[in-house]
Design a protein around this ligand. Sequence first.
Ligand SMILES: [Fe+2]
Length: 381
Amino acid sequence: MAQCSFYSALSSQLPRIPIPNLSLYSSLKSDSQIPDLSKRAAVIRPAIETPITAAAADGTKVFVVSDLHTDYPENMSWVKSLPRRTHDNDVLVVAGDVAETSANFVQTMSFLKDKFRHVFFVPGNHDLWLRREETPFLDSVDKLEKLLDECRKIGVITKPTIVGGLGIIPLYSWYHESFDAEKDITEFRIPSLEMACKDFHVCRWPDGLQNRDNSLALYFDSLNDENWETVEDILTRCSHIISFSHFVPRQELCPEKRMLYYPNLPKIIGSNYLETRIRAIHGAEGGPSACHVFGHTHFCWDAIIDGIRYVQAPLAYPRERRRRMNGGENWLPFCIYYGNFEGRLSPCYWSDYYSVNPRTPDNTQLAPWVARFYTKKELDS
Ligand SMILES: [Fe+2]
């Protein structure tokens, strides 16, 4: 996630909705000013039924996780504590934001490669930060290339590959502001992207690439071109495919702006180019075996939109886990495939919320917890 103090306050005061597995959310508290939706009919989540294919033969399990942020010692400890031997035959898909420093990145990926048979990785924004690097990288593109070299040395896969009949496709991406197609919040003074988004200060780009236009999103998207022949080969050979990215492919995979402590968040999270790639892989209509994994916003998510299943399973920051956002760390890494796709969608706060509540992007009235936050901020200033 583009680190910002506004996100961190997303704590206990969220609207109540029916959530199947309450153990993950037991510390969410109600807010008397927020409508209690818990008396609505239970959430009916569609089951995903897919035929078992060759991938089932060797019992391959695929686990996913994003946003490991192992610069936090608690997060590095979580990685170290993953069991050995349990995953000797398994795949781990890491959807970016492993660590801010290359030293922590290498250590984390080495630990993971020690525990899983195959580890896949695609870079996130934090992986390309330069502010605490001892290694003298020229810029963030130089760091990206060196991290991919390190992955090759460790045996971490960064290119489309078939494992046990299952196609796994990393997609490179970066966000662009025009991804945000929903109405802006104007009720309060919302801090600028420059103030809120550390990427603007701690990434450095070569000439021609900059924040605030589409150049970075186009550059990262073009990195997928060199893998596209392999992708097309996978499309002819695999009936089950998992694609994954760090950034968000559709705005519906983030809560509406009025729900967010930083309502401009959608301007720094996603890429339309990504969704075009995903549809080229899984088809415009999607299908029961189409799955895309993403990260970055630290909101866990499991939903089917236009025929494709979209999953986010972030470890996120220790303070977010302490608030039991996303159910803590005990459900991670999240198994989405065991010879077949996990048949049912998992309970996730916001994707459950939007499974019973339509988006209303024209509604710019701030949610009560956000309005209180900005009112207090303006009174204090
Ligand atoms: Fe991120």
